[in-house]
Design a protein around this ligand. Structure first.
Ligand code: HEM
Length: 517
C-alpha cells in the first residue's frame, strides 16, 4: 500500500478529532461546506487551481462562501465579487496576511508586517514606478526585435506554436530588468527551464502536504522534501552566479551610471531585526536574493506570456475584433511599416507613450484578462483577527481564497460572459476605455487581486501586454493555421493555459519585397 495513502488516512483521523477538540466553539457560525473527511481529501489531493471544478459544484450546493477544513486549518472560498470587495477592501486590514508555507524569503509569502512592507515598497518604488519603468523602454524594443526575428524564422510554417516564443521573450525582458545583463540564448533557456520546473511542480499540488504540515510532512514525505531541496539547489546554481556577477560589476565605478536592475535594489536593504535582521548584518543573503529574483522572474513571465497567448488566440479566432484593433492602430499611427530585412533592427515601433491613444487596444487586453485570467485564484490570504462576513464568523488563522476565474464569468455581472467582446469595456460603445482594475470602489473582476496584497506589477503587466499586442498586430496579420482550429479549452499548469496551444499563421502586412525595391 502506498505510504501516502496511510498518511492520508491518519491525517483524516486527526482531522476528525482535532476540530472537535479545538474548534467546536467556531463551527456553528462558519460558512457552510462539506464534511471534514471530504474537505481533507479534496484539499490534500488537489492544487488550488485543480480545485475549481469541485468548488463550482460546491457553490451551487452551499452558496458563494464555502468552508473546507483540514485538521485544524480552515480554508474559506469566496466566489462572489461583492463579498470579495467587502473582505479585501472594507476589511482589508485583517485579511492581508499569508498562511505559513515552506519558508522562502519573498514578497508573496511574507507575513503582513514590516518585512513584507519593506520588500514590497522596494519593488514598487525602485523598479515598478513609472519613471523607472520608462527607463527600461529600450529593453522592450530590443526584446520586440528578438521576438519578431524568432517569428520570422517560422513565417513560412503552416502554424507557429507562439507560446514558446512569447515565454522566451518575457524571460529575456525580465532577466534584463532583474540582473541588468543581456544574456545569451542558452543562458535564458537554462534560467527559464529551472524556473518553470519549480513552478510546475509547485502548481501540481504535490507539495501541498508539506505546506499544510511542514514538520510532519518533511518527516513522512522525505523523498518529496528532498526533491524540493534539489530543485532549489539547481535554481541557486543557475541564479547565484548572475547575482554575484551583477553585485561585483556595480561595485566598479564604471557601471554605476547604468540603469538600475532589481538585484541592485536588494543589496542594500536592511531587514527589520525581529525578522532575521541580525543575521548577515541585517542584509539579505545571496540565497535569499535568489528567492527574491525567482519571484520577480516567475511573477512577470509566466502570467504575462499566458495572458498574451490567450489574447492573440482570441484575435485569431475573432477576425472582426482583430480588424477593428488594426483599424484603430492604423488610424493613430498610419499604415503598417515594412519589415526590415531579417537581423536588421526595427526602425519604427508603436511607442509605449502612445498606447494611451488606443482605447480599443486597452479593452482587448482587459477582455482577455476577464475571460482568461492567468490565475483563477489569487494567492491565499490568512485572517489575522476574527472577522464577520455575511453573518458568518471567519476565525483568526483561517485561509481565504478568492475565485478570480468564476468572478470574471459571473452572468449577474457580465452580459454573455463566455463571449469575447472587448467593446463591453468601452464607454458608450466606442468611446474611452474606463475600468478600474484595482477594484477599490467595486469589484467586477480581479485578475490582479484587490486590496493590500494586490499585484504590485499590474501596471507593468498591462504595459507589456498592450505594447506586444499592438506591435504584433501592426506588423502581422494573424490567421488560423490550415487544419487547425482555435480551441479555447483550458489546462491548469501554474497558470491556466491553453490546453491546445495556439498555432497561428503569421503574415507580414507589408511584403518584404516592397521594402527591398
Ligand atoms: C498578467 C500578468 C500578471 C497577473 C495576472 C498577476 C496576478 C497576480 C495576482 C492574482 C496576485 C495575488 C494577489 C493577492 O494575493 O491578492 C499577484 C501577486 C503578486 N504579483 Fe502579480 N501578476 C502579473 C504580473 C506581475 C508582474 C509583471 C510582477 C512584477 C514584476 C508581479 C509581481 C507580483 C508580486 C511581487 C506579488 C505578491 C504581492 C504581495 O503578496 O504583496 N506580478 N499577482
Amino acid at each position: 500500500m502506498e505510504t501516502w495513502f496511510i498518511i492520508i488516512v491518519s491525517l483524516c483521523i486527526i482531522a476528525l478529532i482535532k476540530p472537535l477538540l479545538f474548534h467546536h466553539n467556531h463551527r456553528k457560525n462558519l460558512p457552510p461546506g462539506p464534511s471534514f473527511l471530504s474537505s481533507t481529501i479534496i484539499l490534500l489531493t488537489n492544487s488550488l487551481s485543480q480545485l475549481e471544478p469541485i468548488l463550482k459544484s460546491l457553490i451551487s450546493k452551499y452558496g458563494p462562501l464555502i468552508t473546507l477544513q483540514i485538521a485544524s486549518r480552515l480554508s474559506i472560498f469566496v466566489s462572489n465579487h461583492s463579498l470579495a470587495h467587502q473582505i479585501l477592501i472594507q476589511k482589508g486590514a485583517v485579511v492581508s496576511d499569508r498562511p505559513r508555507t515552506l519558508a522562502v524569503r519573498n514578497i508573496s509569502s511574507a507575513s503582513y508586517g514590516p518585512t513584507w512592507r519593506l520588500l514590497r515598497r522596494n519593488l514598487a518604488s525602485e523598479i515598478l514606478h513609472a519613471g523607472r519603468v520608462k527607463s527600461y523602454s529600450w529593453s522592450r524594443k530590443s526584446v520586440l526585435n528578438i521576438l519578431f526575428n524568432r517569428l520570422r524564422d517560422h513565417e513560412e510554417d503552416e502554424g507557429i506554436k507562439v507560446i514558446d516564443h512569447f515565454q522566451y521573450a518575457m524571460f529575456c525582458l525580465l532577466v534584463l530588468m532583474c540582473f541588468g545583463e543581456k544574456v545569451d540564448e542558452n543562458k535564458i533557456n537554462e534560467i527559464a527551464s529551472v524556473q518553470r520546473r519549480l513552478l510546475l511542480l509547485v502548481g501540481s499540488g504535490r507539495f501541498n502536504v508539506l505546506s499544510f504540515f511542514p514538520k510532519l510532512g518533511r518527516l513522512l514525505f522525505v523523498n518529496r522534501w528532498k526533491e524540493l531541496l534539489q530543485m532549489r539547489n539547481d535554481q541557486e546554481q543557475v541564479l547565484m552566479p548572475l547575482i554575484e556577477s551583477r553585485i561585483e560589476s556595480v561595485k566598479s565605478e564604471a557601471r554605476k551610471e547604468q540603469f538600475v536592475a532589481y538585484v541592485d535594489t536588494l543589496v542594500d536593504l536592511e531587514l527589520p531585526e525581529e525578522d532575521g535582521g541580525k543575521e548577515n548584518g541585517g542584509r539579505l543573503t545571496v540565497k535569499e536574493m535568489v528567492s527574491m529574483c525567482s519571484e520577480f522572474l516567475n511573477a512577470g513571465t509566466d502570467t504575462t506570456s499566458t495572458a498574451l497567448q490567450w489574447i492573440m488566440a482570441n484575435l485569431v479566432k475573432h477576425p472582426h475584433v482583430q480588424r477593428r484593433l488594426y483599424d484603430e492602430i492604423v488610424g493613430v499611427f498610419g499604415p503598417s511599416p515594412a519589415l526590415p530585412l531579417k537581423g536588421v533592427e526595427l526602425e519604427t515601433v508603436i511607442k509605449e507613450e502612445d498606447l494611451a491613444k488606443m482605447p480599443y487596444l486597452k479593452a482587448v487586453v482587459l477582455e482577455g484578462l476577464r475571460r482568461h485570467p492567468p490565475g483563477h485564484f489569487v494567492l491565499p490570504h490568512r485572517v489575522m483577527k476574527e472577522v464577520e462576513v455575511q453573518g458568518y464568523t471567519i476565525p483568526e488563522g483561517a485561509t481565504i481564497n478568492f475565485m478570480v476565474g468564476a468572478m470574471g464569468l459571473d452572468p449577474k455581472v457580465w452580459d454573455e460572459p463566455m463571449e469575447f467582446k472587448p467593446e463591453r469595456f468601452l464607454v458608450n460603445n466606442d468611446g474611452d476605455c474606463e475600468f478600474d482594475v484595482t477594484g477599490s470602489k467595486g469589484i467586477k473582476m480581479m485578475p490582479f487581486g484587490a486590496g493590500r496584497r494586490i499585484c504590485p506589477g499590474s501596471d507593468l503587466a498591462l504595459l507589456h501586454l498592450e505594447y506586444f499586442v499592438a506591435n504584433l498586430i501592426w506588423y502581422f496579420d494573424w490567421r488560423v493555421a490550415d487544419g487547425y482550429e482555435v480551441d479555447l479549452s483550458e489546462k491548469v499548469e501554474f497558470t491556466v493555459v491553453m490546453k491546445n496551444p495556439l498555432r497561428a499563421r503569421i503574415v507580414s502586412r507589408v511584403e518584404k519585397m516592397n521594402h527591398l525595391s
